[in-house]
Design a protein around this ligand. Structure first.
Ligand code: FMN
Length: 128
């Protein structure tokens, strides 16, 4: 986190990416998010500056199955992660039916959508 904290404070846009494990983000991603409680605590004392609110975050998640609620946990956690950072949540890119390593390459439309999401974030065209 000593490496990640300054980076989280400096970025203008951030994509959080994770596969779904047991209907949530992976433990590794969640552990990083949990260490961001410090930003949430700080925001009570030092309300988010206008500049920070212009920073944008988005979620990319994949899962093997196709259930309608597959990404609900990941989305909710991600929204509060970006809120803790004082960033506005842009939107999510969700890809179902991705299981084996590298299987996302069989979803060219998802790869294009990921590129578009990156562009939207960089050019500030992303609105929640
Ligand atoms: C521990 C574990 C839990 C998983 N839980 C779910 C799940 O709840 N729903 C689902 O659709 N896929 C689930 N999957 C499938 C993964 O989302 C999918 O295989 C993903 O592509 C794995 O990415 P990775 O190879 O980077 O771990 C799970 C996979 C693992 C290993």
């Amino acid at each position: 986190m000593d490496i990640i904290y300054p980076w989280l404070e400096e970025v203008d846009a951030l994509i959080l990416a994770s596969p779904v494990y047991f209907y949530g983000l992976t433990a590794q991603v969640k552990a990083m998010i949990d260490r961001c409680q410090v930003f949430w605590n700080r925001s009570w004392k030092d309300p988010v500056k206008e500049d920070n609110a212009k920073k944008r975050g988005a979620l990319i998640a994949v899962g093997a199955t196709r259930g309608s609620k597959l990404f609900e946990g990941a989305i909710l956690t991600s929204k509060y992660f970006f809120k803790a950072l004082g960033m506005s949540y842009c939107r999510e890119l969700l890809v179902r039916g991705v299981e084996a390593w590298g299987a996302v390459r069989e979803h060219p439309e998802a790869l294009i959508a990921a590129q578009n999401l990156g562009r939207e974030l960089v050019f500030n065209r992303c609105h929640s």
